[in-house]
Write a new protein. Structure first.
Length: 162
């Protein structure tokens, strides 16, 4: 059945000193990075979960388990490319994504254009169809204490009538 489907995604990772920080496929200079089996890109993970959810395909962990050594340190853009392939196999395509990072630092605005371009490239859409925003947690909770970074996303997918 053709039409449109919407999915939501959420991800959070713990910050730890000395690890690399990658968000939206962009390496950022920061004294802490995200602890994860993959590259820990919480933004890409939230987007991936939103896309999988739109197609009722489960979540990131079901497709790319942290127990599988082939995904150790993998770029989350690679995971998004694979999700794009899953959608394509089902006659679906990404229409647009709206995403928000929740973090106290680093500042994201200087990197938004590059993030949008990298995410769009992995998803096979134009950057104008990918929104990346950021907000703080007003120093409240674990994210506010800079113990982690969270991200959420909404994705719209179009499915061809077959």
């Amino acid at each position: 059945m053709g039409g449109f489907r919407v999915g939501i995604g959420y991800d959070v990772h713990r910050l730890e000193p000395g690890l690399p920080l990658t968000l939206g496929g962009v390496s950022l200079s920061h004294p802490q990075g995200l602890r994860a089996h993959s590259d820990g890109d919480a933004l890409a993970h939230a987007i991936g979960d939103a896309l999988l959810g739109a197609m009722a395909l489960g979540d990131l962990g079901a497709h790319f388990p942290d127990t599988d050594p082939q995904f150790r340190g993998v770029s989350s853009l690679t995971l998004l490319e694979r999700i794009r392939g899953l959608l394509r196999e089902r006659g679906a395509r990404v229409v647009n994504v709206d995403s928000t990072l929740i973090l106290e630092s680093p500042r994201i605005q200087p990197h938004v254009v590059e993030m949008r371009a990298r995410l769009a490239g992995a998803l096979g859409v134009e950057p104008e169809w990918i929104s990346v925003k950021a907000t703080t947690n007003e120093r409240l909770g674990a994210v506010g204490r800079e113990e982690g970074i969270a991200a959420m996303a909404v994705a719209l997918v179009e499915v061809d009538a077959r």
